[in-house]
Design a protein around this ligand. Structure first.
Ligand code: DX5
Ligand code: ZN
Length: 217
């Protein structure tokens, strides 16, 4: 199973004084997904948006809200983000909380669910969750900030997860996030990724629509 390639521009790299406009730029470029990074200042050393921001953006777009929770206690916030209009909620495997239950709860709330691993985390740790998710996300930077350098040494994890997907006949999306742009997205695709988060490379591009078309054609 190999879902069609998708670019998911990350609103983190947009103008936070005008997020609605940033979302419009994503829509105008022809995207169908937007990636929304939620950071709590505990699990990662930065703060971004809360569920109120997601709820306020929701009526202004039909984009698919790919919501990436970087929270020490994600289980406590699932309801809030589902209610705010997230379409997919991704949770990390590193904090200590009931992960299977939380994935199940996300689906009960009519959202798709995703599981995420950080660069220092072993790929084996994510494998038990693969049959239970709509998306697996391999971080290609240590999360917390946009504009960091892509870590090519994470690509073998993408290969392992893509191999498991094929072996088990699963159909989740396989996403990469962090430092992804025109010069390296193809190496991610070659490793088996089909969903490419692009923050800085999208918003700083002179032709974001061109990048999107290259990826999605
Ligand atoms: C990093 C976030 C990313 C971020 C990527 O912690 O999870 O989604 O927006 O930004 P770039 O593409 O600039 O690395
Ligand atoms: Zn992200």
């Amino acid at each position: 199973m190999h879902p069609p390639p998708l670019l998911a521009p990350s609103i983190l790299a947009g103008d936070h004084a005008n997020l609605r406009d940033a979302m419009q730029q994503v829509e105008n470029a022809g995207a169908s997904w937007i990636h929304i990074d939620i950071m709590d200042g505990h699990f990662v050393p930065n703060l971004t948006f809360g569920s109120q921001t997601v709820a306020d953006l929701r009526p202004h777009s039909n984009l698919f809200f790919d919501t990436h929770l970087m929270l020490a206690n994600p289980a406590d916030y699932i309801e809030a983000f589902a209610k705010a209009g997230a379409n997919l909620i991704s949770i990390h495997i590193e904090p200590d909380y009931p992960i299977f239950e939380t994935l199940h709860r996300i689906r009960e709330l009519s959202c798709q669910c995703g599981i995420v691993l950080n660069p220092p985390t072993k790929v084996d740790d994510i494998l038990p969750f693969l049959p239970h998710v709509d998306l697996a996300l391999v971080m290609t930077v240590n999360p917390g900030f946009g504009g960091q350098s892509f870590m090519a040494d994470q690509l073998p994890k993408v290969e392992v997860i893509a191999g498991e997907r094929k072996k088990q006949g699963l159909d989740f999306r396989l996403e990469v996030d962090g430092g992804v742009g025109p010069t390296n997205w193809q190496s991610c695709r070659d490793a088996g990724a089909d969903t490419f988060v692009a923050g800085t490379s999208f918003f700083k591009s002179e032709n974001p629509g061109g990048f999107l078309q290259t990826v999605e054609s």
